[in-house]
Design a protein around this ligand. Structure first.
Ligand code: GAL
Length: 356
């Protein structure tokens, strides 16, 4: 059995019930496949999600399934944000002898035990979205990570904001609403300890500093990647900081959209100049920047609310994962890899800034 390093809450379902549900899903997908006559031809790959309710992960998983096409049968499991449940799902899948596992761990520190367990079974692993520690990745040569450099997204997010403020730290433009030469910012942070939350926040601040911009942090609030939580927390933050707020930098789009929803209720984002639309020329407009490139975020940008985002390119990651899986599994036409495999383990996909 896989030891759990730090058990998390088991969610609404008990662990056993969740595993029963996952096994039923597995049986159903295998039965469907048998009906379609593919079970004998296709390798089975376990696709383990930390939490399917996360909109970025939901799209990502769909892209992996679509890209896998006929290369293998991806059998998906949702851990509902519980490492305990994920461990049991993986354990149950081992008994079905999958060709490979794609794992989005709930707790990246649990990867240590997972790698050891799957090494003993000789089942290769592709981790994604939540990066195991380098020392854990080194345990086994058939374990890979596909992701993006979190530092890059923090830097790009800062670039978006700095260019909006005029790119000149000693002469900020009209978006410095108070005219004090300092940008007053609220930062919405993802889950504590997640590489993306920590590095995006650090690099955002470091980039402002490196370019000589003065920043006053009104608050850094953890909202766990969630739109609802950001909406709730933004209520209290605005009560204290509404009059001074000049920028909201969010570690992801979902939280940025939650913040915008609350800001609209509090009187921001009005069509003050009566141009017929909300845009950055309105007095009550404030820049909010996100990361991910969700469809809803792009819509919000088009509608004039969200200023910009940094695309966290899950489609390219999904393509890279599928190519890597084919190579790791072997079989006909399995060799081609269009992505650079660094240290025989890592594929890094670039982020891309996006504004209107
Ligand atoms: C990040 C993404 C977040 C959230 C998180 C989950 O890369 O930007 O929105 O999905 O992964 O691990």
């Amino acid at each position: 059995m896989i030891p759990t390093t730090r058990p998390r809450r088991a969610g609404r379902l008990g662990a056993a019930a969740a595993v029963r549900a996952s096994l039923a899903a597995l049986a159903a997908s295998l039965a469907a496949c048998a009906l379609l006559g593919c079970a004998s031809k296709e390798a089975r790959v376990g696709l383990f999600l930390y939490n399917q309710a996360d909109p970025y992960i939901e799209v990502f998983a769909r892209q992996i399934r679509d890209e896998s096409n006929s290369a293998f049968l991806a059998v998906q499991f949702d851990a509902g944000n519980s490492q305990l449940i994920q461990n049991e799902q993986i354990e149950a899948m081992i008994a079905k002898r999958p060709a490979l596992m794609m794992i989005n761990p709930v707790d990246r520190l649990a990867s240590h035990a997972l790698i050891r367990r799957l090494k003993a079974e000789d089942i290769p692993i592709i981790f994604f979205n939540r990066e195991p520690l380098a020392e854990d990745m080194a345990i086994w040569d058939r374990c890979y990570y596909v992701g993006a450099r979190a530092e890059q997204s923090g830097q790009m997010q800062a670039e978006l904001a700095m260019s909006l403020f005029g790119n000149d730290p000693s002469g900020l433009n009209e978006y410095d609403r108070s005219g004090d030469g300092v940008i007053q910012v609220i930062i919405l942070k993802g889950e504590q300890g997640h590489q993306d939350a920590e590095l995006r926040t650090r690099e955002l601040l470091r980039s402002f500093e490196a370019r000589g911009f003065s920043i006053e942090i009104l608050a850094i609030e953890v909202a766990n990647w969630k739109r609802d939580e950001a909406y709730e927390k933004m209520g209290a933050l605005l009560r204290s900081h509404q009059d001074r707020l000049e920028l909201v930098a969010s570690n992801n789009d979902a939280m940025a959209l939650g913040a915008i929803m609350r800001m609209r209720q509090q009187g921001f984002f009005k069509d003050d100049d009566q141009s017929g639309k909300v845009d950055r020329f309105d007095d009550s407009w404030r820049p909010v920047v996100g990361i991910d490139g969700l469809v809803e975020a792009e819509e919000s940008i088009r509608e004039g609310y969200l200023y910009g985002t940094v695309k966290n390119d899950s489609l390219s990651m999904a393509k890279a994962m599928v190519e890597l899986a084919r190579r790791a599994i072997g079989g006909p036409d399995s060799g081609e890899l269009h992505y650079r495999l660094q240290d025989e383990k890592y594929i890094w996909i670039d982020y891309q800034p996006f504004i209107r």
